[in-house]
Ligand binder design. Structure first.
Ligand code: MLT
Length: 257
């Protein structure tokens, strides 16, 4: 479905009835990543997948798409659908957006499940890498996409999921250059939201890949120390919706219960 907002299309899918789940994809991804999960999840739930700003079939709004701005788009979709208090599931950048949403709209947040994501802001080194990445994208976005997607999988997965990686790269190539750079800049300047994530107001779960090549396992784990965040570890990398798809579905279903 498409909603028009400030002259741009906002794309989302809406399947099933029951408790509402908002599924938010990561950087260079779209609602497509959730498709294999929808049949099972929508048996007893209402599943909404939103293409974030500058991704999938949703347009670009500004030169920088902050996590807050992306969260506003999510709120616009929820208001349109009259959804009051859903559960959020965010893969990586989608998790950053879910946290920005919870910061502003805590009363509209029933729970947050971060999937291969973090509540921490970028380190100084990562911020620098983002700026370099923006330069590479402006020079040759195809090379950037190919490299960026490959880097998200753990080494063993490259052969095992060759076909899936190819599909993902093909889909990522649909992301406009302005969408890529706007998200990179938005992620670079995002705030630390560990306090938001660990609040008691809603339920929380953190799913991490022990071999995630871009999120340091120990550092991610440290965020949840002495908190009531439920932590689940998978053996794979950053792309658990592919590398650990069955376990991920199970964990999503458990979070809903
Ligand atoms: C993602 O998968 O959404 C991004 O790689 C997250 C990031 O770069 O921080």
């Amino acid at each position: 479905m498409i909603l028009k907002y400030n002259g741009i299309p906002i794309f989302f899918t809406d399947t099933g009835k029951g408790e509402t789940l908002i599924l938010l994809h990561g950087f260079l991804e779209s609602n497509e990543i959730w498709k294999p999960f929808i049949p099972k999840l929508s048996n007893n739930n209402r599943v909404i997948c939103i293409d974030l700003l500058g991704h999938g079939k949703t347009g670009c709004l500004h030169k920088i798409h902050t996590m807050e701005l992306m969260a506003e788009i999510v709120k616009i979709v929820l208001d349109h659908l009259k959804i009051k208090k859903p559960l959020f599931f965010g893969h990586s950048m989608g998790g950053y957006v879910a946290l920005a949403f919870a910061e502003k709209y805590g009363k509209n947040t029933a729970g947050i499940c971060l999937i291969n994501s973090t509540a921490k802001e970028d380190s100084t080194e990562k911020k620098l890498n983002r700026s370099r990445a923006i330069e590479v994208v402006n020079q040759n976005h195809k090379v950037f996409i190919s490299m960026a997607i490959s880097n998200l999988f753990e080494p063993d997965s490259h052969v095992r999921f060759k076909k899936e990686i190819m599909v993902l790269k093909k889909q990522a190539l649909q992301t406009p250059i302005t969408g890529i750079t706007a998200a990179l800049e938005g992620m670079r300047i995002r705030k630390d939201r560990v306090k938001i994530f660990t609040k008691d107001e809603y339920k929380k779960k953190l799913i991490i890949g022990k071999n995630d090549p871009i999120l340091h396992y120990e550092a991610i784990l440290a965020q949840t120390k002495n908190t009531n965040v439920q932590v689940v570890e998978f053996q794979g990398g950053h792309m658990s919706f592919i590398e650990n798809s069955r376990e991920l579905l199970q964990e999503i279903l458990l979070f809903i219960e």
